[in-house]
Design a protein around this ligand. Structure first.
Ligand SMILES: [Zn+2]
Length: 188
């Protein structure tokens, strides 16, 4: 996409192997709320511009825990437009496998097994906390985007498939390994 068509409020999507895609995003604290209006606008506009179902802030170079969703096509209301500081409270035992793609890894797809339900707490730009159990496509999409906040990319879920460009070794996310979510282990 030509750079000149992007306004200041729309940013290009970072592509692998940009190292920013591997960083663990920071929680949005009191200081960061001051810049929230700008970030919200940029993230929402970029999500729309790139026709993404979901877009995580690190994908456009904002290293904070914030996700924009195409809440209309996910069948949600506007409380789900911007998901700030999401915390997964629990995931279901039931799993399903579906093919996923990612705008940061264009023209590729991977079959990814994920829990079918998750219970999430998050903040909206007015600082209010919300919580809800998500299922189906919304649950999958949220897990994909929350992965981005932790520097996890789709091929990290595939235990038997080589992903030569991705170096998970020394990656900080290894430390927050959750065997309940990723029972097959981290491919190093
Ligand atoms: Zn993605």
């Amino acid at each position: 996409m030509p750079q000149d068509v992007l306004s200041d409020s729309v940013r290009p999507i970072l592509l692998w192997p940009d190292p920013r895609l591997r960083q663990k995003a920071l929680k949005i604290g009191p200081k960061e709320w001051e810049t929230m209006d700008t970030w919200s606008e940029v993230l929402e506009n970029s999500c729309l511009w790139h026709k993404a179902v979901g877009l995580a802030a690190p994908q456009i170079g904002i290293p904070y825990r914030m996700i924009a969703l195409d809440w209309v096509s996910l069948g949600l209301n506007s409380n789900y437009k911007l998901i700030i500081n999401p915390v997964i409270q629990w995931v279901s035992q039931s799993r399903s496998t579906q093919t996923e793609g990612c705008l940061s890894l264009p023209k590729q797809s991977w079959a990814v097994m994920r829990p079918t339900h998750l219970h999430l707490q998050w903040q909206t730009p007015n600082k209010r906390w919300h919580e809800k159990t998500f299922k189906g496509f919304a649950a999958r999409c949220l897990q994909h985007e929350i992965d981005h906040l932790d520097g996890i990319l789709l091929p990290d879920h595939v235990h038997d498939q080589a992903f030569s460009p991705a170096p998970p070794i020394n990656h900080p996310v290894v430390a927050r390994w959750n065997p309940q979510i990723f029972p097959w282990g981290w491919k190093a």
